[in-house]
Design a protein around this ligand. Sequence first.
Ligand SMILES: NC(=O)c1ccc[n+]([C@@H]2O[C@H](COP(=O)([O-])OP(=O)(O)OC[C@H]3O[C@@H](n4cnc5c(N)ncnc54)[C@H](OP(=O)(O)O)[C@@H]3O)[C@@H](O)[C@H]2O)c1
Length: 294
Amino acid sequence: MSSQSRPVILITGASSGLGLILAKKLMSLPYHLVLTARDSSLERFKDEGIEENDFLWLRPLDIINEEQRKDLILEINQRLSGVDILVNNAGFTYRAVVEHVSAEERIKQLHTNFIAAMELSRLVLPFMRAKRAGKIINISSVGGMMAMPTMAIYSASKWALEGYSESLWYEVKPWNIKVTLIQPGFINSDSFKLVRHTEQSADSAKEEKDPYHNHYHYMSNFIEKLMRLSPSKPENVAAKVIKVITHPSPPLRVAGTWDAIIFKLIRVFLPQKIYHRILYHSLPGIRKWGPGTK
Ligand SMILES: NC(=O)c1ccc[n+]([C@@H]2O[C@H](COP(=O)([O-])OP(=O)(O)OC[C@H]3O[C@@H](n4cnc5c(N)ncnc54)[C@H](OP(=O)(O)O)[C@@H]3O)[C@@H](O)[C@H]2O)c1
């Protein structure tokens, strides 16, 4: 089979976590894979035994670098006649309350988790429209449907990803282009270790007298515990992405983990007032947050 006859799948942030597991699963299937990672992370492919061949390209792509985005899509358009399936997976999480995210950090979170995904979609769409086929798969999060304290800017980025994806779903349906959001909840992995503090939230998490100290203390322990207890592994989420890749008509939203289904049901069926009240009172150590009795 020539490389041209294989559907081209572009995956961002493929050098670790979900992206890497997805890439490994897809390597045995008849696709042309374009696996991307930041320059500094490209070495990891070698460590994982992943090497280039006729059907597998490894390319540098920092998704917030406009030039790299354009160069890569141009190369794919010229040499492989366009991307057939775009998986916007790359992302990161800031743990910080609203007061602890600087202007620069806000832009970085929104650029990585939302704007870059939209920009890549804009670049691949003309070829998809010409072919009247294509899929854009955006890895969202339960944080894109229910916001949690200390995750404000992360949630905002994923809600934005959800909003643009939903609009796009309507816009490109006439060309038979499918748009799907995968919404993982808590994944049982070490990825909580990769959650980043902002400059101010790092200080607050260390300083017991800081007014927001307990927000971080309780939330980070709580999230780590939920991730450890989650029955969903990254492999399960990758399997869901592959189901979307192979399905002729995938839905707009797919729950990535079991808890995502439960959160969705709670969100839809509980009256808003009760939902927010229950969630507030379920927050770990909530009585000790802020001016609470310390
Ligand atoms: N893990 C969870 O519980 C969970 C839950 C809900 C949603 N998600 C979403 O799932 C996706 C994958 O996350 P993961 O759990 O697999 O985390 P991960 O292991 O941290 O993987 C994220 C990947 O994104 C890459 N990345 C970050 N910024 C980038 C940039 N500017 N340019 C290119 N690549 C960049 C990282 O590369 P570097 O290694 O170079 O930084 C890494 O390879 C993310 O969109 C995340 O928001 C995860």
